[in-house]
Ligand binder design. Sequence first.
Ligand SMILES: Cc1ncc(COP(=O)(O)O)c(C=O)c1O
Length: 450
Amino acid sequence: MALTPGRVLCKAAGARTGNGGRNRIVVTTDSMDMDAFTYRNGELCAEGVALRALADQHGTPLYVYSQTHLQTQYRTLAQAMRAVKPLICFSVKANSNGAVMRTLLDEGSGLDIVSGGELYRARRAGADPARIVFAGVGKTADEIRYALRAGILFFTVESEPEARRISACAVETGTIGRIAFRINPDVDPQTHKYISTGKKENKFGLDAERTLKAYALAAQLPNIEIAGLHMHIGSQILTAQPFHDAVSIVREFCRTLKTLHPTFRYLDIGGGIGIRYKAADQPLDPATYAARVVPLLEELGLQIVMEPGRYLCGNAGVLVCRVQYVKDNAFKKFVVVDAGMNDLIRPSLYQAHHDILSVAEGRGVIHGDLVGPICESGDFLAADRDLPEVGEGDLLAVTSAGAYGFAMASTYNSRPLVAEVMVNGDRAWVVGQRETWEDLVRREPLPATA
Ligand SMILES: Cc1ncc(COP(=O)(O)O)c(C=O)c1O
């Protein structure tokens, strides 16, 4: 999030604060650094609510989401892409909280899912299945049948055997499986290798030549409708060029596929728009992105689908944690907090950077590691970094934690899943209850004692 004290960070495209205008909100339509977390009276706040108050009321670790930020991001992207009127399908894997989903659904979003569980969550949140696309390399027959019966818009298909399986499930359920093969355009998205998905060495999609053959095969399969083409080249992409390159490649395929298959009408250009994690990051502005891709899409005559995840929710969330101990050894200082890699795994998994802010403004700086309580050396939230000078009991906020944060959390070390709170203006409400120790063992019947 890269917050600097005193900076106006909460910008909203025509968003209302609901608190009589006390929030410092700048109205803009093409903001690229929309941030809902700012210091007021020496306290870090989510919109109009002090994080300290939320931590005291709900305990820590605690995820806090800004509803205004979610709305603003959605509106900004929709506005930037308005020339092609895309169906924006929020990528649920980034944050599958029902209230986050509902907020975006209310904005007009569709959803991009990758499992039966996500479809279940989506339907529970009130999503229209006809605005849901289903991706992923390993869909099971059960998941496919569930999605077919629900009537989703289309499956993005990653292999020929998957197309055959969808066909068989569609015959069995008396439905039609609409499909869009995922093409791997072999472009370098210049991002971390774990979140690069559109190069030929990645497991995702089919190469160009193979894709055309796969469509020919699919055209012969019963109960299959060729609906469109899908691509997704990676995540946290900070320049428009890789998107431009990839769309340039796939649009030629679209022209061919349109002439071969009369039902071909969707081009899904995936997600991947990068956001600001630290001050030096130049996030990809939707207007810049749109300027490079819209001209390529406009005359295709296809319904464009997008699948942003991180862009919509990444900077909508922070993880608030409390300092337990400050310790040092001969080499280093360690700030030990009550949040660990089980709550936010991105630093351990991808060496991801999250800015760390003191909830109380104006702390000095120390150098060291911010670590959690998990019994792993890889359990850190920030390694070898300048950190706020804090002591036992102080609160810290791990910023830009709204995407792939709670969604990737686990109960490793038997640590219950943490609570989640949504804020809008001066209002805050629980959108995810903290698990209890009883929750941890609920699904484990003990063997009978002798
Ligand atoms: C197929 C697909 N679509 C969309 C996304 C969302 O990506 P992002 O959060 O970078 O927008 C992903 C992320 O991995 C993905 O694999």
